[in-house]
Design a protein around this ligand. Structure first.
Ligand SMILES: [Zn+2]
Length: 107
């Protein structure tokens, strides 16, 4: 299975509690249970859609044209090493994309 290029993973206790960490500094970012979909496409390759991400810094809001239409997003980066991880969906114009609001993309 291919993983996004910003996170690595360590298996922790069991499948349900697998933790995904920053590929650079190993800071814990997400749990297996937080992943909504592993089938997303980021700007540079495969991406995860997740409910929440721990230990991140959220950048300024900006409008961005994505494959699925215009969105307001904010870039997210690792709180420790500042590596860019992906973005948070703040607002989606298309009603079919509303489900992504307040969720995160990890590339
Ligand atoms: Zn990091």
């Amino acid at each position: 299975m291919r993983h996004p290029n910003t996170i690595s993973y360590v298996n922790y206790l069991n499948d349900r509690h697998t933790i995904y960490s920053c590929i650079h500094c190993n800071t814990n970012l997400i749990y297996q249970d937080d992943i909504i979909s592993k089938g997303f496409q980021g700007q540079t390759g495969p991406a995860f859609l997740v409910y929440k991400v721990n230990n991140i810094k959220i950048g300024v809001k900006e409008k961005r044209m994505l494959l699925t239409g215009m969105h307001t997003i904010a870039e997210i980066s690792c709180i420790l090493c500042h590596h860019k991880l992906g973005w948070k969906y703040i607002h989606a114009v298309e009603s079919s994309q509303k489900f992504k609001e307040n969720k995160y993309i990890l590339e």
